[in-house]
Design a protein around this ligand. Structure first.
Ligand code: RIB
Ligand code: CA
Length: 359
């Protein structure tokens, strides 16, 4: 994992998300990385409508004393498809049972797509892009500025399902299923010339990052939060946390909803942390092994629309346009998430004014 170099920022990152319970954990992890300049947060419609995504991003940033970070608002709908949302997965407001204090700051007037363009121009060749929601905003930005891909240092996408069952249709993963046209355009735009091949964190690997109640106990302890609460599947539904640390309390309320959702869908009392895993990969790509592939997105199949097709054997022209993450050390992923977010949650409480832009 990266460390501060003489207290300086070592990476600049632009975060595009559909916050979302696991997007929330990813955002907290990015905030916890004091060696990272979080240039902006693009809100994209997906788990919940885009205005709710933006409100969640603003609320988490305000809770953590980081209202200096701009939140951008994307299109209300995908490029072509009608918007579908999934409040049953992420809760009526996208953050499970959490009731985040509303932020007093407004989103930036710069749209998510224009913010992508601005950020890649301001940090040309250095910016890491991370997308943990549908690719609508990034695809719109690339339509407006076809040179954008070549200005990114790295792009990490949470999305797709290659050799595993989809979570939205039998063959399609949520972020791609919401806006297949956007996903197709992004995969077509990267992986050739100066545009880096995106690292794709698909369900095949992200579903192995399964949070358990024990992880939440470790997280609360790392934050010196009290009481330490054990989320149990036998608890009454919707039991609210009374943790004295506000970040831990709201995270517990958000993640309990997610644990209940997975349990109700025969996954066990666990929570797939797709997005925080992608955030770790964005900042430390060496934690995954990858295989090159040409990724295409099915757009017209009656039964297969939104399917991500990986050509791993050079059967189709064009060559690889992606690197699919295929293996990682899941224990090390949780160690990093718990350590960083736990310490951050403790600092937010201890020194509320300390959360200022990294120097
Ligand atoms: O399929 C999982 C992905 O879809 C995650 O990013 C989750 O937040 C939803 O956006
Ligand atoms: Ca997401």
């Amino acid at each position: 994992m990266h460390t501060r170099e003489n207290g300086r920022v070592t990476q600049h990152l632009f975060f595009d998300c559909d916050t979302g319970i696991d997007d929330s954990v990813a955002l907290l992890y990015l905030l916890a990385r004091t060696d990272v300049d979080l240039v902006g947060v693009a809100s994209t419609a997906g788990n919940v409508p885009v205005d709710v995504v933006a409100a969640n991003n603003l609320a988490w940033l305000a809770l953590c004393g980081r209202t200096d970070i701009p939140v951008h608002v994307g299109s209300a709908s995908p490029l072509v498809a009608d918007l579908m949302t999934t409040e049953d997965t992420h809760g009526p407001l996208g953050v499970g049972y959490a009731e985040l204090p509303a932020a007093s700051v407004l989103p930036s007037p710069v749209t998510s797509a224009d913010a992508w363009i601005d950020a890649t121009r301001a940090h040309a060749g250095e910016l890491v892009g991370l997308v943990t929601g549908p690719l609508t905003s990034l695809a719109t930005a690339v339509r407006r500025d076809p040179d954008l891909p070549g200005r990114l240092r790295r792009l990490v996408i949470m999305g797709g399902a290659f050799h595993t069952h989809g979570n939205t249709t039998p063959v399609s993963e949520w972020n791609v299923a919401v806006d297949p046209e956007a996903a197709a355009e992004v995969f077509a735009a990267f992986g050739s010339g100066p545009a880096p091949a995106p690292i794709v964190c698909a369900l095949d690997l992200t579903e192995s990052v399964a949070l358990t109640p024990d992880h939440l106990v470790r997280l609360a302890a790392a934050a010196s939060s009290s009481p330490i609460e054990y989320a149990d599947p036998g608890d009454e539904r919707g039991l609210r946390s009374v943790a004295d640390n506000p970040v831990i309390r709201h995270l517990m309320d958000a993640l309990r909803f997610y644990l209940e959702f997975h349990d109700e869908h025969d996954e066990g009392y666990i929570a797939h942390l797709h997005d925080p895993f992608a955030a770790l990969v964005a900042l430390a790509p060496d934690i995954v092994s990858t295989i090159p592939a040409r990724v295409s997105v099915e757009l017209t199949g009656t039964h297969t629309r939104g399917m991500t097709v990986a050509d791993e054997r050079s059967m189709t022209p064009g060559g690889p346009n992606a690197r699919i993450a295929v293996a990682t050390d899941v224990d090390a992923v949780f160690d990093e998430l718990i350590d960083r977010i736990g310490r951050f949650a403790k600092d937010v409480v201890a020194e509320p004014n300390s959360q200022r832009p990294p120097q």
